[in-house]
Write a protein that binds this ligand. Sequence first.
Ligand code: SF4
Length: 540
Amino acid sequence: MPTLSFAGDSFFSPTFVSPGCIPTGGLPWLLAEHRELVCPAWLLRGWRGQGRIGRKAWPAQLLMALVLLRWSENLPRETAIRRASTDLGWRAAMGLPADVKVPSDRTVRDFERFLRERHPDIGVHRYVLLHEHIVRLCLDRGIGGEGAIWGIDSTPMWCFGACIDTVRLMGTGLRHLARWWARATGESFARVAASWDAAFLLAPSTKGGFDIDWKDREQRARAVDALAKAVVRIVGEVRRRVGSIRRRFRKRALLLCRGLAGIVANDLETDVDGRLVIARKVTEGRLVSFTDRQARNGVKSKSKRFKGFKLSLVGDLVSGLITSVAVTPGNQHDQDAILPLIARAAALVDGIDELLGDSAYGFAEKRERVRRQLGVTLVSPPSDAAPPTAGDRLTKRDFDIDFDADTATCPAGVVSADKVWRKSGERHVAAFVWPRAVCDACPLRERCLKGTRRTQVLRLHPHERALRESRELWEQASVKRKYRRRGEFERLVGRMVQLGGRCAKAWGIAFARFQAHCIAAINNLGLLAARLAQGAAAQV
Ligand code: SF4
């Protein structure tokens, strides 16, 4: 691999021109001193930098250093390139002599695309391999070693595309479709809008196209209904006539139709009067942006909602090392992403036995799977345990279950071995039944049986055993004491946010994942730089 390296005492060396341009212990210092270590050649194999001049001559390690410097300051690509042309510290970090011009925007963009590709030998995205490589470097130097306390958490990551409401989504989608249809048929936009009987498309905004008071509930409902019916009609018409336009326009036209049909299916419902109204519900595929189609509505807490993605991470709250990150659509529950996330962390670090997580990770089914498959115990408050009932009513918690003997004992001390299967929603669950005669004569029946029931049927949770075990574990004072430190994990989440994890810098979940791994790598490189600088100072 060709390099643009220079002798340390050259007149063109940035450190010769300005000896104090890279303070010890920072990322530029780490890259200047240990670039080969941080950017290994095996990871960058396949980069085209084999030429002698022009874009093909830029070495991968130099570009890698520039990408890391860019993400360390959360700069747009063009700004980072401009900075590299004037900042001697950055030039020293990249190994770029003072008299050599900086790579072009296109070269850096191509290199970032190269990092987002899968490594041909390993089949994993290069940015994931880079992050894992840096985690290993940190672990080798004792960061995240003895005394580490591992935790897991997530935070919202807003999408890059414009998020708009259902009315604007339908209007914008129709305008995209009309513009595309006009291109495909060679007609003007106004003519297409007129032929579709959709004059509102000619207005500067969708809401402005309807001459109504949008604060008036009745008028608004009528406008939404008219707009939704126009979408259904136009999508049907375009689908019917798509065979008449040139082949190269068809795919995009059908894609836009699919997006619009999806909005009507997911965001609208029919009311009692047969009108299409905006549904007050959460659906899996609900679009929030026409420009960022993978972004979804997310809920962080009862009052906190967001649009975009969810950034999850596993790390050590003592050292600040982030071992694995994942970006999922905003509507995906925290617990759905944990298996691959924890598996990656456990593959990198020996001895992750326990993970502190909030109640979002306390569901019995996932806890049990994580414990069985990965040998990791999630220390978090049980989420799916039934809340204690007010008053003196007996609850499921007052019944003992012997899972080995397959029996249950009620608060009156009556043992039932009568296990049956009962339908509960979509699935069948196990239940213990007590004889009616016994319950009729029981002094506790008023507190035990609900309403007009004559006998007790105790339905078990599909993961009742794991649920009871986690509840018992949670009752232990030592576990609660341990859990008190979970709050410190917010520091790691805050660090990711500080480095630019709150908002995606480009469209799509693929880029958001790349961005999340880059900033996690920057966090870890900061720890590594501090540790190596300490070692260097100790040697002096
Ligand atoms: S009502 Fe039946 S199940 Fe409930 S405590 Fe009495 S005997 Fe046990």
